[in-house]
Design a protein around this ligand. Sequence first.
Ligand code: ARG
Length: 376
Amino acid sequence: MINFKKRIAQKIAKVVDLEETIQEYIEIPPNPEMGDYAFPCFRLAKTLKKSPQEIATYIQSKMECEEEIKEVKIVGGYLNFYVNPTMLIENVLREIEEKQERYGSSNKGNGQNIIVEYSSPNIAKPFHIGHLRNTIIGSSLYKIYQFLGYHTIGINHLGDYGTQFAKLIEGYKRWGEEYSIDENPIQELTKIYVRISDLCKEDETVLEACRANFKKLEEGDTYCTELWNKFREVSLKEFQKIYELLDVHFDSWNGESFYMDKIAEVEKRLEKADVLIESEGAKIVDLEDKGLGVCMIRKADGTTIYATRDLAAILYRAETYDFDQCLYVVAYEQNLHFRQVFEVAKHLQIPEKCVKGLEHVRYGMTRLATRKNVNP
Ligand code: ARG
């Protein structure tokens, strides 16, 4: 196989008679009209004590090109090389033949740890077009990074915690038998959810009962936990059908609920960093000076929120995976949420590289002709 870059470097080195790492200086021009490779002559200006222009003219006049180089042009202080297209094509085809499905792979990642978090649907809710898009983008990123030699960890951060389950438990308690949950779990649970939510709007006592369920759930009450487990299981079975269809995989299915026992440590660290403040009975981190409002950590009633669980996840992931990057494939609507969480994460006393490696990979809303908005 011809290594064009190496050959060009050898020929330049011969002309200038230098031991310098010419090959490292050779670039691929941003625009193909400027050639296949380019040599920035200013790199040698100091050593040769000549202007880049002079160096370019000199090299061009002395360089012996064989058939693999079709043309050499001077543009500014650059020497632009155009390789013989027939030879280039032959070269590429030969490489594809040799490397087969590994063609294009590299070890650029050098074993760095990269977490890609994607899909993350909410339990007992439909898996819709937004989740589909998210799943495909995330799974593609996962595979690309893996191909580039990164140690990749794919996480499905399931939405399996929150007040909605307390409502669902209340609805199930009242009307569970009327619905065929085992046959059509997500559709039926959604119906129950809509029905109980409507009732909550009309009747404050029902809402109170839901709140009590949430508290029970947080305290590990057997009945509530069993029901919640059932909702989770039947939902996962449904999601799994889609993942199988798409050939999408995850290394971890740790959803929001997984982090509940790790929240105390988040609070401890934020307290230590002296950023956790009490406000009207709630615990918050004030981010006003960053233009990001306040980030709620614990509500006045003692319950935690989505952001708190994301912070616990960052802490856990830093300790478990020692990540260099952690990518969140989530729709742009959660911009503020992630900006807040990443800002607070600076106070978690995790390695600097982890804080810097947090990144929200955002994408736009999916719109269908039949419906105006489909929430991702
Ligand atoms: N479950 C959420 C939703 O469907 C997405 C979770 C995104 N990931 C995260 N770490 N917050 O909107």
